[in-house]
Design a binder for this molecule. Structure first.
Ligand SMILES: [Fe+2]
Length: 130
C-alpha cells in the first residue's frame, strides 16, 4: 500500500485531525500572503505527551505542473515533558502556525499533519492568482 493511501481526510468540522488551511481564495502574483494552518479548528485535538500533533507540512502544486513543491514544515515540540513526570512540564506548543508565502501562478495548497497516535492527515485548498 502506498503512502498516499494512508493519508486520511475528512470534513474538518467533524474531524479534529484535519490540517485546515485558511488563506485568501485569490492572491496577487508575487505578493506575500498569509496562510494559517491549524488542527482541531472546531473540535479541539489533545496536546499531551501521550497524544499530540507533531507537525504540519505545507505544499504547493501549480496547476498543470508535474511536481509538488514544499512550502514549509512546522514542528510542535513541547507537549508537557518534564523531569517531574509526563504532562507535568511548563510548556506546550499549540498546533497552529501562520506562514507567509507568494506564488506567481495558480495552484493548490496541500497540507499534511501527523498525530503521534492517529497517523497522517491531509487537506487541500485552491488558490487563484490575479
Ligand atoms: Fe490524534
Amino acid at each position: 500500500m502506498g503512502l498516499g493511501e494512508q493519508l486520511q481526510s475528512a470534513d474538518w468540522k467533524a474531524e479534529k485531525h484535519v490540517p485546515v488551511i485558511d488563506c485568501p481564495d485569490v492572491v496577487k502574483a508575487d505578493q506575500i500572503f498569509k496562510v494559517e494552518l491549524s488542527v482541531g479548528k472546531e473540535i479541539a485535538h489533545p496536546n499531551s505527551v501521550e497524544h499530540h500533533i507533531r507537525w504540519i507540512a505545507l505544499y504547493f502544486h501549480p496547476d498543470g505542473d508535474k511536481f509538488t513543491y514544499q512550502v514549509g514544515l512546522f514542528e510542535f515540540n513541547a507537549h508537557g515533558e518534564s523531569v517531574k513526570g509526563v504532562d507535568q512540564g511548563p510548556v506546550y506548543t499549540h498546533h497552529a502556525v501562520t506562514a507567509q508565502m507568494q506564488v506567481n501562478q495558480p495552484g493548490t495548497l496541500h497540507s499534511m499533519s501527523l498525530c503521534n497516535i492517529h497517523g497522517l492527515w491531509e487537506d487541500s485548498r485552491k488558490i487563484a492568482v490575479e
